[in-house]
Design a protein around this ligand. Sequence first.
Ligand code: ADP
Ligand code: MG
Length: 132
Amino acid sequence: MAIFYSRSAEETRSWAEGYARTLRQGDVVLLEGEMGAGKTVIAQGIARGLGVREEVTSPTYAYVNEYGGLFHFDCYRVADEAQAYALGLADYFERGGICLVEWGENIRSLLPAGAKTVRIAGSGEGVREIRY
Ligand SMILES: Nc1ncnc2c1ncn2[C@@H]1O[C@H](COP(=O)(O)OP(=O)(O)O)[C@@H](O)[C@H]1O
Ligand SMILES: [Mg+2]
């Protein structure tokens, strides 16, 4: 486990860009932290590191946004694991891409063993602590 302290959203994106280079096809990364901590900012940096040119925003209507072989989940509004399963969310983990999952807590039983975790703590304009 390592810790990175970030003083700005851009610093978090830059860190995540580097972190992206440690990822391999098929990896599932759980982005953990409170609302507003910076999970989506991390997803933006990872996407940049993987060469995604589209703007990465939080999936709102859909639960998953797809950028080539990168899948970005936001499971905040998933009611329960049965609903997530019915929506086919588990299928994405079998597709061989890289999956970034916000609020994976809500679909715990569907998550593959061996998922990686990045936890970001802090709020507002304050410093963030990123554990990975
Ligand atoms: N060091 C930092 N790292 C990440 N985000 C930061 C940082 N400092 C301030 N922010 C701000 O915090 C907010 C994080 O939002 P977001 O990534 O959508 O949170 P989450 O997805 O965890 O709910 C953004 O408005 C971002 O600009
Ligand atoms: Mg988010």
